[in-house]
Design a protein around this ligand. Structure first.
Ligand code: A4P
Ligand code: MG
Length: 179
């Protein structure tokens, strides 16, 4: 049977971790995104160190963004993201509390939807520099469905509490790259 490539969708993922060597959690997750069935990770941002939003008595986060192309529908992709979170030992605790790995489905093609299980685009994109800046790094021309150009949302001052991670980890050079 000939595969139908017309049903592929571009999707963007926000990654975050602030427990158990967060940079390694995020770097591992990039590879795991690429191994989701019918899915390719085509770009990944730098890693960013970001001050915690919400309760301040928790460690700084490592945040990043990834671009995917997928033949899955949005709900199936979300199921795979949640399976990766679980494999990283993610436990759901207090709202905005610390976590080993958070994978948010930020954008799925042109889809706009609002169900209990899945809200697209992710409702917090526009409010969070730790999402906007990594996303802009890998997709400067991106338009957010229903919200307009991403570039128009980027703050013109350097964002407070967000810096590029300068650490060194196996198999990662610290810069954005195409896989
Ligand atoms: N869900 C609905 N839409 C989506 C979507 N587009 N992507 C549902 C992913 N999930 C979506 O998610 C709760 C439910 O949302 C899921 O069952 C899913 O069906 P969750 O991952 O269990 O909960 P959560 O991530 O803890 O949600 P919450 O409380 O909204 O946390 P946030 O908003 O993700 O914030 N500070 C910094 N600097 N960097 C961070 O990354 N992250 C958080 C967590 C707090 N402070 C932070 C950071
Ligand atoms: Mg989440």
């Amino acid at each position: 049977m000939i595969a139908d490539h017309s049903a592929q969708t571009g999707a963007y993922i926000g990654l975050g971790s602030n427990l158990e060597t967060p940079a390694e959690q995020v770097i591992r997750a990039f590879g795991e995104l690429h191994r989701i069935p019918q899915t390719w990770c085509i770009a990944r941002s730098s890693l960013y160190v970001s001050a915690p939003l919400g309760p301040t008595d928790q460690p700084d986060y490592i945040n990043a963004a990834a671009a995917l192309v997928t033949g899955l529908d949005a709900r199936s992709l979300l199921n795979h993201l949640q399976a990766i979170e679980r494999a990283h030992g993610r436990e759901r605790g207090e709202r905005w509390g610390p976590r080993t790995l958070d994978l948010d489905l930020l954008i799925f093609g042109e889809t706009i939807m609002n169900t209990r299980e899945l809200v697209l685009p992710h409702p917090e994109i526009c409010n969070r520099d730790f999402v906007l800046i990594p996303l802009h790094e890998i997709a400067p021309e991106l338009r957010i469905p229903g919200r307009g150009a991403l570039a128009g949302l980027i703050p013109d001052h350097s964002p407070e509490g967000l810096t590029i991670w300068k650490g060194v980890a196996a198999d990662f050079d610290g810069s954005s790259s195409m896989l």
